[in-house]
Design a protein. Structure first.
Length: 200
């Protein structure tokens, strides 16, 4: 019966503790305004998501991990930079607050596309939308008025965040997400290393 158990999962790059600590400080500064219409993402739960898989049977984990391993053989480690605040659809009327991802983004995009394609034979649909790498910091609640959104956007624009964090990408993680009353809890089901630069 366990093999039929459904688990909510996604493939991501995990962030180092120094980045999570920096995101925590940034959120703490923005929280001082006391807005109640913001739903903050816990810093320990922030990942750079490459592919959201949804609910999958436990028995599919091995196949997904194997696909990740096959793709990772073609990608040496690379560097990303985390920095720059933005919002979807815009900072004038934000719905989602995010941090940008820079550095070797071309390698990140190629890795994401490789994973996307490798999962098609396992029954996962390819992404219809182009991959836009970002880290979600907060979401504005549905009840937030246009004025609320404008005020929050102005606060974000006035908040300095000059730090650029360098993140070395050496591995991929297959993550499990459990939705609990206290929020989402995450644990790593499998970690797959990217190709070592010494491997030929």
């Amino acid at each position: 019966m366990l093999n039929n158990q459904q688990i909510r999962s996604f493939i991501a790059i995990e962030l180092p503790e120094k980045v999570k600590s920096g995101l925590h400080q940034l959120q703490a500064e923005l929280k001082l305004a006391g807005y109640t219409f913001i739903k903050w993402v816990a810093p320990e739960g922030i990942h750079l998501t490459l592919k959201f898989l949804g609910n999958i049977p436990l028995k599919k984990v091995a196949g997904v991990t194997k696909a990740m391993e096959e793709v990772s053989q073609f990608f040496p480690s690379f560097q990303l930079e985390i920095g720059g605040l933005g919002a979807f659809p815009s900072l004038r009327q934000p719905r989602v607050l995010w941090l940008g991802v820079g550095g070797e983004v071309d390698k990140l995009v190629a890795l994401q596309q490789g994973i996307d394609a490798a999962l098609v034979p396992l029954g996962f649909a390819q992404e219809a939308r182009p991959f836009t790498p970002h880290l979600t910091l907060a979401r504005l609640r549905e009840g937030a008025s246009p004025r609320d959104r404008q005020d929050f956007g102005e606060l974000v624009m006035k908040t300095p965040f000059e730090v650029n964090y360098e993140v070395g990408v050496n591995s991929l993680s297959l993550m499990r997400s459990q939705l609990l009353p206290s929020g989402a809890a995450y644990n790593c089901l499998a970690e797959v290393k990217l190709k070592s630069l010494t491997e030929r």
